[in-house]
Design a protein around this ligand. Structure first.
Ligand SMILES: [Zn+2]
Length: 250
């Protein structure tokens, strides 16, 4: 699993083209995953989630604004952008002896924590210890925008409304970006031209389209949306909410 940005400079790997991309467990990268699932097992999900919550102590100590966690076959990486800077610091840990990403991330957190305490024990203040540890890991080549999660707005639809969109042949994006009231009228007029019994269409099919139209008109009266803050290809942390989000579905 890779973030949009290059993960480990020493071992660059590019994402395969979408047609050859295999679905992998978002916690360990295993290909052994059932269709429609995001994790290979419940235990695998729990292990990574536990380690990600463990990381929150370190992330808060480092005054993290945004962070991203990603991994390749050989490494795990934790990218951190603190509140006081626009630069990214990258913590990397090798997946020695086939460590699962969760295991390697735990070691990475413990190592960074030890380093922080070493600095503190030299009578360096808490905030300076954090600043110093981040400065040592700064990677100027990483685009700071790659770590900022996009707020992804999607329409909240019932199962019937999702089917209705299909009957009316309306792409879901129209409900996000388009003038959906106008587009809905247009789609209904077009479908009626083809399927109205007066035009030689099938009565049953037309009934379906009419009811799909009514169902979508209902949605437009009080449209509801949901938003997810997430990154494609890697786990993202938002320091304002103190929360990790799984990768966006690609
Ligand atoms: Zn897994």
């Amino acid at each position: 699993m890779l973030c949009n940005h290059e993960l480990i400079p020493k071992k660059p790997r590019s994402s395969p083209p979408p047609e050859t991309r295999t679905r992998r467990c978002v916690a360990c990268g295993s290909k052994d995953i059932k269709p429609g699932r995001r994790y290979c097992s419940k235990e695998c999900r729990q292990k990574l989630q536990w380690t990600l919550s463990l990381s929150k102590g370190l992330l808060q100590t480092l005054n993290t604004r945004y962070a991203a966690f990603s991994f390749t076959e050989h490494y795990v990486a934790l990218d951190v952008m603190p509140t006081w800077s626009n630069e990214i610091s990258r913590f990397v840990y090798e997946r020695k002896s086939g460590y699962a990403p969760a295991h390697a991330l735990k070691e990475l957190i413990l190592e960074a924590g030890k380093e922080w305490h070493r600095k503190r024990s030299r009578r360096i203040s808490r905030s300076f210890s954090s600043q110093s540890i981040l400065e040592e890991k700064t990677e100027k080549d990483i685009n700071p925008d790659s770590i900022k999660p996009n707020t992804n707005k999607t329409p909240k639809l019932s199962a019937d409304q999702k089917k209705a969109l299909g009957h009316l042949n309306i792409p879901i994006d129209t409900l996000i970006f388009g003038d959906y009231v106008e587009e809905l009228k247009k789609a209904f007029r077009q479908m009626a031209k083809i399927h109205h019994p007066d035009k030689g269409g099938d009565g049953e099919r037309f009934k379906e389209i009419k009811s799909a139209h009514e169902s979508m008109v209902e949605w437009t009266e009080t449209p509801k949306f949901q938003s997810n803050s997430a990154l494609p290809g890697c786990w993202s942390y938002n320091g304002y909410r103190n929360r990790w989000s799984p990768p966006l579905r690609q």
